[in-house]
Design a protein around this ligand. Structure first.
Ligand code: ATP
Ligand code: MG
Length: 334
């Protein structure tokens, strides 16, 4: 499919550690169109960040094996040289990292941090970089951008810091922005401001966005499609409406049940998914979710389910004993 901005095929990222081989991303395939927002959800450790960093070509080069294919605007990322990747980071793809404090240098003024990206990646001179940095700070809604240009990250609130991180990511006008838990640690009002900002920047700059989160509430109204990951694999994928109202995986149901619902008071106790995510270096032979699933059959423990088509186009799930197609309508509405 040539009109796809991103085409990922059978992507595997395996770490070799002293405690064993860890298949953090275990054969993932999906694609993404221009100007689309895709959500990636899953519990902690399900491989969301490793997947994102692999798409960015940002993994370390030792003790790791990456195979499969990541075509970004027709260009192969897997096995690409540092020079090719630098060019892609300058024009194609950028990432907002999980923790804003680690992606900003606390002892460098924020303006200089954006300047440096512009000068290193785009070869801008000092004056042009400064003007563009202030323009970017304005674009992400930082008041008094000229004054803030000289501020240190520690002088800004968490929400403002995240805006700076987003401005830095946008410095090179990427066609794809990967936002990894962009609102973790922010309070609910600021969270929705940051998500609204990403939405409006996407329209304004004609970007595609991958929004990674463990909270399905975050992606409910802001994505057209959702990928659900478990133990490094896609276990369900489909249109956002189908994932919320016609999900077939019991793991997806559990994620929905454990995510805060807008209608609930903030102190409502959340349902917790029983058990723990599997140890990736000793994965069970059958369905990886089977040890935690109350509906697992003997087949589930023995044989790995592969993705199969559900009723709607593009909706797939991997389960031997799925929820019935029509019975989950409405019960997870938020
Ligand atoms: N450099 C590394 N070396 C070895 N294992 C790693 C490395 N980076 C990640 N992993 C492992 O890969 C798995 C996936 O981690 P990842 O950070 O992608 O999860 P995640 O879905 O982003 O979780 P979270 O929601 O907590 O951010 C985990 O088991 C993690 O321990
Ligand atoms: Mg992560």
């Amino acid at each position: 499919m040539t009109d796809r901005l991103l085409v990922v095929e059978n992507l595997r990222t395996t770490f070799r550690t002293v405690s064993g081989v860890i298949p953090a991303v275990g054969g993932v395939s999906f694609d993404l169109g221009a100007n689309e927002t895709l959500g990636i959800v899953g519990e902690s450790g399900s491989g969301k960040t490793v997947l994102a960093r692999t798409i960015m070509g940002l993994q370390p080069r030792t003790n790791i094996e990456v195979s499969g294919s990541v075509l970004l605007n027709g260009q192969q990322v897997v096995g690409a040289s540092e020079r090719v990747m630098r060019e892609m980071w300058a024009t194609q793809v950028a990432m907002v990292f999980q923790d804003p404090m680690t992606s900003l240098n606390p002892v460098m003024r924020i303006g200089r941090q954006i300047d440096e990206t512009l000068r290193v990646r785009l070869g801008m001179d000092r004056r042009a970089a400064r003007a563009r940095a202030i323009e970017l700070l304005n674009m992400v809604g930082i008041p008094s951008a000229e004054a803030r240009y000289r501020a240190f990250p520690t002088e800004l609130s968490g929400g403002m810091r995240q805006r700076v991180v987003i401005a830095t990511a946008l410095a090179c006008s990427p066609k794809l922005l990967i936002a990894d838990e962009p609102t973790t640690g922010l309070d609910v009002t600021i969270q929705s401001q940051i998500l609204n900002l990403l939405d409006s920047l996407k329209q304004q700059l004609d970007m595609s966005v991958i929004l990674i989160t463990h909270d399905l509430g975050v992606v409910a109204t802001r994505t057209s499609r959702i990928i659900v990951m478990y133990a490094g694999q896609i276990v369900e994928m489909g249109a956002t409406r189908d994932i919320f109202h016609h999900h077939r995986m019991r793991y997806t149901r559990a994620l929905l049940d454990s995510s805060p619902k807008v209608a609930n008071p903030s102190h409502t106790r959340l349902a917790v998914i029983p058990g723990r995510p599997p140890n990736l270096s000793t994965l069970p032979p059958g369905c990886h979710f089977a040890p935690r699933c109350a509906f697992a059959t003997e087949q589930c423990h023995r044989e790995r389910p592969t993705l199969q088509a559900a009723d709607s186009p593009g909706h797939v799930f991997a389960c031997w004993n799925p929820l019935a197609a029509s019975t989950n309508e409405g019960d997870s509405t938020r």
